[in-house]
Design a protein around this ligand. Structure first.
Ligand code: PXL
Length: 268
């Protein structure tokens, strides 16, 4: 049995967050375990605005203690953390034991959330969590923010963003062009430190965009699928390829909801 662990927020509609992570783990045949960092519950009476409640740091630490005592975990995904206090307790927990892979999905803001509302959280994530990551999966907005680039217009721009984010310490960065990237394809680039060469290796993955609308939970699904494949022992490159195919199928089979966006079907 392979085990994959996730430290992430709950999103009450099931379209993002730890619900998606655990569904993805199950679908890819790994035993999922997780700690909840915060609860997001959109407000249907107020245009589905984000309502957010952090979990007490002591409760996060207790969840981590239980899971790591129950199984010998070596592969973890970090999703939404939400506050500097949460980041502190998660960084301390992560540093308390060795990991084969720490996949960080650097959730800076969720769809619909106010940009800039959480600058302290973004800075804490950058300073305390990114250095612990082995793989980071920023979306277009997160890559621009972390790399300090205004625009990502070309594949070369995606590669440059990945190279800059490597400087935070991870082994690999997957920059997701997403729906905002110009052209007909959803382009992702994997920029990876290579043990032998001075220059990082670059792999480009492109698949036709599925529609022109954002789908909720695509980033969570993609990162969770990479994590599941890494837990099974895949290389980063193979894990990213399987994950891209998995999320593309899930977007094609998207699920409608009364929310402003559809969500991914992990069961596809
Ligand atoms: O899609 C990013 C995301 C991650 N985690 C949680 C969320 C969201 C967006 O809504 O609520 C818990």
């Amino acid at each position: 049995m392979h085990f994959a662990y996730v430290i992430a927020g709950s999103e009450a509609t099931g379209g993002a967050g730890i619900q998606v992570d655990l569904k993805t783990f199950q679908q890819l045949g790994v035993y999922g375990m997780g700690a909840i960092t915060c609860i997001v519950s959109f407000d249907p009476e107020n245009n589905w605005a984000h309502r957010f409640w952090p979990i007490d740091p002591a409760v996060i630490a207790a969840q981590f203690e239980a899971a790591t005592a129950a199984q010998d975990l070596d592969t973890v995904k970090i999703g939404m953390l939400g506050t500097p206090a949460t980041i502190d307790v998660v960084a301390t927990a992560l540093a308390s034991k060795p990991w084969r892979h720490v996949l960080v999905d650097p959730v800076l803001i969720c769809k619909g959330q106010e940009p800039g509302a959480a600058l302290n959280t973004d800075n804490a994530l950058r300073q305390k969590i990114l250095p612990l990551a082995t793989v980071v999966t920023p979306n277009n907005f997160e890559a621009r923010t972390l790399a300090g680039l205004d625009r990502l217009d070309t594949t070369a721009d995606l590669v440059e963003a990945g190279r800059r984010i490597l400087a935070y310490g991870p082994q690999a960065v997957v920059v997701k062009g997403g729906i905002d990237f110009p052209g007909p394809d959803a382009v992702d680039v994997l920029v990876q430190r290579s043990p032998k060469a001075a220059e990082p290796s670059v792999e480009i993955l492109a698949a036709p965009k599925v529609g022109q609308e954002r789908v909720s939970g695509a980033g969570c699904t993609f990162a969770a699928a990479i994590t599941a494949e890494l837990a099974k022992g895949s290389s980063v490159s193979d894990a990213v390829r399987v994950a891209k195919a998995f999320v593309t199928r899930g977007i094609q089979a998207r699920v409608r909801a009364h929310t402003p966006f559809d969500t991914v079907w992990q069961g596809a």
